[in-house]
Write a protein that binds this ligand. Structure first.
Ligand SMILES: NC(=O)C1=CN([C@@H]2O[C@H](COP(=O)(O)OP(=O)(O)OC[C@H]3O[C@@H](n4cnc5c(N)ncnc54)[C@H](OP(=O)(O)O)[C@@H]3O)[C@@H](O)[C@H]2O)C=CC1
Ligand SMILES: CC[C@](O)(C(C)=O)C(=O)O
Ligand SMILES: [Mg+2]
Ligand SMILES: [Mg+2]
Length: 337
């Protein structure tokens, strides 16, 4: 089935400009949405707990900060941009008691609706605006006059206006400059989790670390290994981003292209594809979601251990030393938040 893609001309910005928006959370996505909504003429307030370390940042950037319950009570559209594992508690405690007929609850990712962790009442709109990119780049692209593509979905249309509202919101954060695709909470959640686990984050990080290990364990200089498997990866992916894999192959040497065509499928072998299918199955049947919720409830012991192991990987020290000599590379992601 062909997807529907919307652009700025299809969106009516005045719809979101007529709403009182509460953004709950001021992290990667929260800061990007809030600042760009404000710059698009939308009435925004931020909901953060009293002790939140994000409060100072939001206030420094001129935003009005309330508690999540106060922000929800004041607003008629509540965008939940707190961590996925915390959202159900915030919803029960701060949002649900403050919902009025015709309000809208928005999400930046469908996890809590897809896995039935949040069950909103029938009298509110439930929709999603999910940018397909990290929040700091969502904001950076907006400021640069560009946009990160976004997905919109409507789970519940109590007012009959939920899709136009979601599209208007997506346009206000720059998404409709690049393209907004209409989807469902299920499709967004499952594809997003699969993408980040198998390709964008899990797959790419493991590929880079393993390539670095193979070269350094064979006695090659870590600095050369770093440039080869990490730094240059961005340059190669930039070509894919601009013109697809075909453009990338046009720009590299024919020696590289022959290696790409014949060795790539040996690295990403049929066994890897089978493992990717297993990972997708665990997302679809809820195994991953149950595991992640339980890990969070247990205080994240495995998450913390694995994150620390990643930070200690030798590629990090080598990369830090080299990036310190390239002022243009380490553009701090805090500059927009
Ligand atoms: N990161 C990304 O680029 C993307 C994220 N998403 C989705 O966006 C949502 C937010 O993720 P992300 O931006 O990464 O989150 P972050 O971890 O970057 O930020 C979370 C924010 O929520 C705040 N917070 C924590 N607890 C509460 C609470 N009880 N009440 C209110 N605020 C709270 C944190 O404050 P404090 O500083 O006090 O911890 C912080 O400001 C998730 O649904 C995620 O899946 C979707 C697309 C991309
Ligand atoms: C790729 C990771 C992501 O899905 C994103 C930035 O889009 C996330 O959850 O952070
Ligand atoms: Mg994503
Ligand atoms: Mg994600």
């Amino acid at each position: 089935m062909a997807v529907e893609i919307f652009y700025d001309d299809d969106a009516d910005l005045s719809i979101i400009q007529g709403r009182k928006v509460a953004v709950i959370g001021y992290g990667s996505q929260g800061h990007a949405h809030s600042l760009s909504l404000r710059d698009s003429g939308v009435d925004v307030r931020i909901g953060l707990p009293e002790g939140s370390k994000s409060r100072a940042k939001a206030e420094e950037q001129g935003l009005r900060v309330l508690t999540p319950a106060e922000a929800s009570a004041e607003a008629d559209l509540i965008m939940i941009l707190a961590p996925d594992t915390k959202q159900r508690f915030i919803y029960e405690q701060d949002i649900a008691p403050n919902l009025k007929d015709g309000d809208a609850i928005f999400f930046g990712h469908g996890f809590n609706i897809r896995y039935d962790l949040i069950k909103p009442p029938a009298n509110v709109d439930v929709a999603m605006v999910a940018p397909k990119g990290p929040g700091h780049l969502v904001r950076r692209q907006f400021v640069d006059g560009k946009g990160v593509p976004a997905l919109i979905a409507v789970e519940q249309d109590a007012t009959g206006n939920a899709q136009a509202l979601a599209l208007s919101y997506a346009a206000a954060i720059g998404g409709a400059r690049a393209g907004v695709i209409k989807t469902t909470f299920t499709e967004e959640t499952e594809t997003d989790l699969f993408g980040e686990q198998a390709v964008l984050c899990g797959g790419a990080s493991a590929l880079v670390q393993t390539g670095f290990e193979v070269l350094t364990e064979a006695g090659y200089a870590p600095e050369i290994a770093y440039f080869e498997v990490l730094h240059e990866l961005k340059l190669i992916v930039d070509l894919m981003y601009e013109g697809g894999i075909a453009r990338q192959r046009y720009s590299i040497s024919d020696t590289a292209e022959y290696g790409d065509l014949t060795r790539g499928p040996r690295v990403i072998s049929p066994a890897v594809k089978e493992e990717m299918k297993k990972i997708l199955g665990e997302i679809q049947d809820g195994t991953f979601a149950r595991e992640w919720v339980a890990e969070d409830e247990a205080g994240r012991p495995n998450f913390t251990k694995l994150e620390e192991q990643g930070n200690q990987h030798p590629i990090e020290a080598t990369g830090k030393k080299l990036r310190d000599l390239m002022s243009w590379v380490d553009r701090p992601i805090t500059e927009t938040a």
